[in-house]
Design a protein around this ligand. Structure first.
Ligand code: ATP
Length: 597
């Protein structure tokens, strides 16, 4: 979470720098315009027509006349006029002759002839140089923005010795074991080099957000006692072309100075996505940034002990060149923790908290299958906050239950004013999910149904997620579709109307159906082929897209029909559950099961 805050701060700083830059440019333009106007006005005031000059000389009104040898401009001071004026002399030779004549005739003319290259317009010079000076300031500022990274403030990531150790990471035992060799290498690189061993330069960590990828990278640095330089993939992109490449260069320059050390690039997909051919603008810049990263990784010297760790949760997006030998040639998947892992994570994050004696971390772990380490840490933190608000001395089971709901569904919104019609709609929608779920074999057991709004949801149906699942079967996925569409089917059957409340269900169902056809090869008609990538689809020609569409729609239609069939056969139960919900707002699994006894 800290990483996220730092990221936010960095982005804010970048924004401020940009705003400052914009203000300076704006000011420069305004000043330049003012100077221009001023110059124009000055020009108007200062210029004097040649005929007027001759007239003034004839009328003996000229106090002083100053000319640079070889110049065609004369500076004229007229008696009783404060400002000097400039006059263009069309023919200097005949003008001089005219002056000499006047002098001989007894006219008093103070003629000063200055040698060439003496520039006397000093006050004006500063004024005309102002825009140039400002541009200079802007350029300096511009380069300052780039060099902020040199101090580790914005662009070149944060570097420090981290205190995180492997013992701070719960579970992930195999992964930690695999990474121990990297720690040993960072500690004693010489031993490895002498043995002729080749240690990977780059390690890619795949995994859902919050599974502990950053934590692992930090722990490697902490165990080895080497500096940890981290940077987010999006920190490399900028509105200024070429900055990405320069940031990559600087990052590696810094690492070379600090070696042995660890570079950690979070969300590498932001710069490491598959390069495009002949892209323009941002795309071309991203391509160059990625190229620079590849060049830098290829350029490590034998004795430069630098390990680049990168994290992503979208491995399919990455450019194949990143995964070649000598680059990120080792990939480690960081999966969400299993029940034992979850209990250990909960233990680590409960060390500084006080719990009631009946609280069992084991049972929380059993109820939170599929949750990531970050979510579990968040649940414990939220339960401590809720316990404080509730005035409890220690964290109680109820506080934890509430925290689980807050983290998964959102904050309870008891005070939101809801019309009776909307309440009824929500009650039937949630009752629909629960009843359909009851008749599906693979649905998890029900935990609670509620029509109290939470977060973005008007109500929710919660299941006990106490089984770790790494694979899902076709039947399971088909039944999941039926369960998801149970809410919409109930609205239609009971109220003969449908609502926007099913938006999320429909989104999730469509996504699952799409994956079943294009990613998991579950369509009988298409067979086991991967159609996730456009280039694969292109092999089969455009008509395959129509087949994909038909297959996805068939899955959804079938699921919706099945949901309707289950509900039609249980309309009395649907009414009972919905009415109980309207009465009690939240019903437990036991209360729900009683209706079916
Ligand atoms: P993202 O992809 O969003 O950057 P991530 O995979 O890098 O996420 P981390 O930032 O490492 O996840 O984890 C977030 C927090 O979750 C950690 O700071 C830690 O508190 C907790 N956490 C995650 N996994 C574990 C674990 N295995 N043991 C202990 N704490 C964990």
């Amino acid at each position: 979470m800290n990483e996220k805050n730092e990221d936010k701060k960095k982005k804010q700083k970048q924004l401020y720098a940009l705003i400052a830059f914009g203000i300076v440019v704006g000011l420069a333009i305004i000043i330049a315009l003012l100077v221009g106007i001023n110059e124009k006005n000055n020009d108007k005031e200062q210029n004097m027509a040649y005929t007027d000059l001759i007239e003034a000389i004839n009328e003996q009104r000229v106090e002083k006349l100053e000319m640079t040898v070889g110049s065609t401009t004369a500076k004229v001071k007229i008696k009783d006029v404060e400002k000097e004026k400039n006059a263009i002399i069309p023919n200097t030779q005949s003008f001089m002759e005219f002056i000499q004549e006047k002098k001989l005739a007894g006219n008093e003319i103070n003629l000063i002839q200055k040698p060439q290259n003496v520039f006397l317009k000093i006050p004006n010079t500063i004024f005309t140089m102002l825009p140039t000076l400002l541009m200079l300031v802007i350029v300096v500022l511009f380069f300052q923005m780039q060099s902020i990274g040199d101090k580790g403030k914005i662009y070149d990531g944060d570097e420090n010795k981290t205190n995180v150790r492997f013992k701070d990471i719960a579970g992930l035992d195999e992964e930690k074991k695999e990474l121990e060799e990297i720690v040993n290498f960072l500690k004693q690189p010489k031993r490895f080099y002498e043995m002729g061993a080749k240690v990977p330069k780059g390690i890619l960590l795949y995994g859902k957000p919050g599974t502990g990828k950053t934590l692992i990278a930090k722990a490697i640095a902490g165990e080895a006692g080497v500096p940890f330089i981290s940077m987010g993939g999006s920190d490399f992109s900028s509105i200024f072309a070429g900055f990405g490449t320069s940031r990559v260069r600087k990052l590696f320059e810094r690492a070379r100075k600090l070696a042995p050390c660890i570079i950690f690039i979070d969300e590498i997909d932001a710069i490491g996505s598959t390069r495009t051919n002949g892209g323009t603008g941002v795309e071309a810049d991203n391509n160059q940034t990625l190229n620079q990263l590849l060049v830098e990784m290829d350029g490590f010297e034998e004795n430069q002990t630098i390990i680049v760790l990168a994290a992503t949760n979208r491995p399919e997006m990455l450019d194949k060149a990143l995964l070649r030998p000598g680059r990120f040639d080792r990939q480690i998947t960081i999966a969400p923790p299993d029940v034992r892992g979850r209990e250990e994570i909960l233990k680590i994050h409960s060390e500084d908290k006080k719990f009631a004696s009946n609280v069992s971390l084991k049972s929380i772990a059993e109820d939170t299958a599929g949750y990531t380490g970050a979510e579990l840490a968040n649940i414990l933190n939220e339960s401590a906050i809720i316990a404080t608000i509730n005035g409890h001395d220690v964290i109680e089971q109820d506080d934890i239950e509430e925290a689980v709901k807050k983290v998964t569904v959102g904050v309870q919104k008891k005070t939101r004013v809801i019309s009776d019609r909307e309440k009824k709609l929500t009650a039937y929608h949630e009752a629909g999910h629960a009843i359909v779920g009851k008749f599906l074999e693979t649905t998890d057991p029900l935990k609670e149904i509620s029509i109290i709004p939470r977060g973005m949801a008007g109500g929710y149906t919660m299941y006990k997620t106490n089984e770790d699942k790494f694979y899902r079967s076709k039947i399971e996925l088909e039944e999941r579709l039926v369960g998801l569409l149970g809410g919409r089917a109930a609205e239609k059957l009971a109220l003969n109307d449908i609502s926007t409340g099913a938006r999320n269900d429909i989104q999730v169902a469509t996504e699952i159906a799409k994956d079943m056809i294009t990613a998991y090869g579950m369509s009988e008609r298409l067979g086991p082929i991967s159609l996730e990538e456009n280039e694969n689809v292109a092999i089969f020609g455009e008509s395959i897209q129509d087949v994909i569409g038909v297959e996805v729609k068939t899955l959804i239609d079938t699921a919706y029909n099945d949901a309707q069939e289950i509900l039609k056969a249980n309309m009395d139960k649907l009414d009972t559950v919905a009415n109980l919900l309207l009465e009690k707002e939240t019903i437990t699994a036991e209360e729900f099961d009683k209706i079916f006894e």
